[in-house]
Design a protein around this ligand. Structure first.
Ligand SMILES: Nc1ncnc2c1ncn2[C@@H]1O[C@H](COP(=O)(O)OP(=O)(O)OP(=O)(O)O)[C@@H](O)[C@H]1O
Length: 240
């Protein structure tokens, strides 16, 4: 396997819910390094794409992880095979402490794992605090830390900065930039300054299909193309 081989290859991916044809033949590769941002207007199927990859949406087509087909595998096997998923709603256990949340994934080390100490010192300080009482940004850190306790070939991260204050957006962006130095990330993110800062390339969906692929910097610099592909509702504010 060469360095240029994509970590993930998606071919002709379809998702249907009842009579709704949500993904209509998505084709894209995720390179084995850096951040690939998955963009598009509200409701075009970005979350559905991540859920289809991880086996949480009913899908047809081909999805290969390091060349191996995974589209028929159940979610647990896909996760064991090396894809980490941080869903939009974070899904931390609010009644458990930070420490307990992390020990569910890594009973031996939990919050004492080197990756947690290195990237999330705030969580180490708050190890005894119930996750439900943390701020949104801190809960996002718990969700990220939990996934990073495993070895991942690829991370799928859905709108990690949604609803966060600008300072926390910057903190989450810093963590993602650091993580992406060793693990490729497919990132759904509406914050364009953040995309410009940490993404190498973009894939844009519209009406369930890929309508644009290219360098993140080029897309963000092109106001007319950004407006055409992403619409005016795209959030531009917020620090990154
Ligand atoms: N479980 C489901 N059953 C039926 N329809 C669904 C389901 N999940 C998603 N959809 C529909 O699929 C479409 C795509 O949703 P999805 O959440 O993937 O979009 P998105 O691009 O991530 O949007 P947003 O930016 O708003 O998060 C929407 O019309 C949504 O209503």
């Amino acid at each position: 396997m060469t360095r240029t081989t994509p970590v993930l290859e998606i071919e002709d991916l379809h998702v249907r819910y009842g009579g709704s044809h949500i993904l209509q033949g998505v084709d894209c590769d995720v390179p084995a390094t850096g951040v690939t941002a998955l963009l598009g207007r509200n409701g075009v199927g970005k979350t559905t794409t991540l859920r289809a990859i991880i086996g949480l949406a009913p899908r047809t087509g081909r999805i290969r992880l390091h060349g191996r087909e995974i589209q028929r595998l159940a979610t647990a096997r896909i996760v064991r095979g090396g894809i980490g998923y941080v869903p939009e709603d974070r899904e931390v256990f609010g009644g458990l402490t930070v420490e307990e949340n992390l020990r569910l994934v890594d009973p031996e080390r939990g919050v004492d794992a080197p990756v947690v100490e290195r990237l999330f010192p705030e969580l180490v300080r708050r190890r005894g605090q119930r996750a439900g009482t943390l701020s949104g940004g801190q809960q996002q850190m718990v969700a990220l830390a939990r996934v990073l306790l495993r070895e991942n070939a690829l991370l799928l991260i859905d709108e990690p900065t949604k609803g966060l204050a600008p300072k926390l957006v910057t903190e989450v962006a810093d963590v993602l930039a650091e993580v992406s130095r060793t693990t490729p990330i497919l990132l759904v993110e509406q914050n364009l300054p953040l995309v410009r800062r940490i993404a190498d390339r973009v894939v844009v969906l519209d009406a369930g299909q890929v309508v644009h692929r290219g360098a993140a910097a080029e897309l963000v610099a092109d106001v007319a193309l950004t407006r055409e592909l992403l619409g005016v509702s795209m959030r531009r504010e917020g620090a990154a």
